[in-house]
Design a protein around this ligand. Sequence first.
Ligand SMILES: [Zn+2]
Ligand SMILES: [Zn+2]
Length: 378
Amino acid sequence: MKKLLLFLIILIFSPFSQESLKGQDSLIFVVRIDDILSRNTSILPRSIVPLQDTLASRGAVATWGFMPHRLFESANADGNLKNELIETHRLGHEVSQHGYIHICQICGQSSHEMYCTYYNRPLSDDQQEKLIMDGVQIMVDSLGFKPTSFIPPGHVFDQTTWSVLERLGFPVISTASTSGFVYETLYNLPITAEYTWALSPETYESKLSEVLEDIESERKKVGYYSLMMHDPFIRLGYQDGITLRWMAELLDSLNHRYDDKVVYASITDAAKKIEQNVGTSGEFYDELTHQRGIELHSNYPNPFNPSTRVSFTMRFSDLVSIYIVSMSGQKLMIHPPQYYSVGTHEIELNMANFATGNYLLVVENSKNRASRMISFVK
Ligand SMILES: [Zn+2]
Ligand SMILES: [Zn+2]
């Protein structure tokens, strides 16, 4: 009784907890599996069905990060991969395009594809468009559907990737950056965490309690959680069933704890639930920026060294702060909040003291934020 009373008092008198209860009452939960069917064909079984069924039987949905070129490789020698992908799509799971072949066309390494981190330069607009379009074409020809979301291999990408995806009509991308519209009508939905990497009997329990804590704190903060699994590593777990047991136990716990407050969704559906304007046509964009009150234009030059000009347009006067986010997710303030009037403003961004690389530039007012990827190359 005392505990209940205390709880009610906190509920009534603490504006923070009231806000978080009202705002983030539910949890949108995404399970995303990257690199499905690894190149390592010695690890068996090769089927996505056991994981799909583990998720589906508990109400969850899979988002498969799929490299279209796999359909031409030994992974699909017997045609099973193709059939499983067609079936999983029919059942309502999402097949997301994870690059094209997951091998960099410039240096030959496998950790990136759109932006060569070895030579530190992006593939050109034409090269990226060709890779992405070739992948879309394979999926349309072999599987019979066009993907709606795109996962850059190694999460490495640049602004070219965004403009190409937007041009090709993709509504959703998933990178490590913060969520929001990253390029015109292209919406980014980030991964929250990876827990199944090299899951073992020794780490089984600790990882399970860790992820449940993590999920609860993210639910309160943003109401969204995306759990990532990496294929080559879950395949080992597949063999003795550890990964599947772990996922099953996690989902049972979520269903028990949150009941009908947990909403399972694919990446694209989650993006649509979070931001209602995802997937709408260009006509809606003007209205959208109007509601947001802020529009961030392309910076010039880009890539740059050491400075670039950044301009943004305000629809109403407001407090604005400007910061950048590194690829590792570190937030670095450029301009603390200050008032800007209606109209277009330009600032000079000098990054001489920063490391070479891609950054997310964010301009934020009291209502919303606009962001763009910028490339600082020394
Ligand atoms: Zn490369
Ligand atoms: Zn990958």
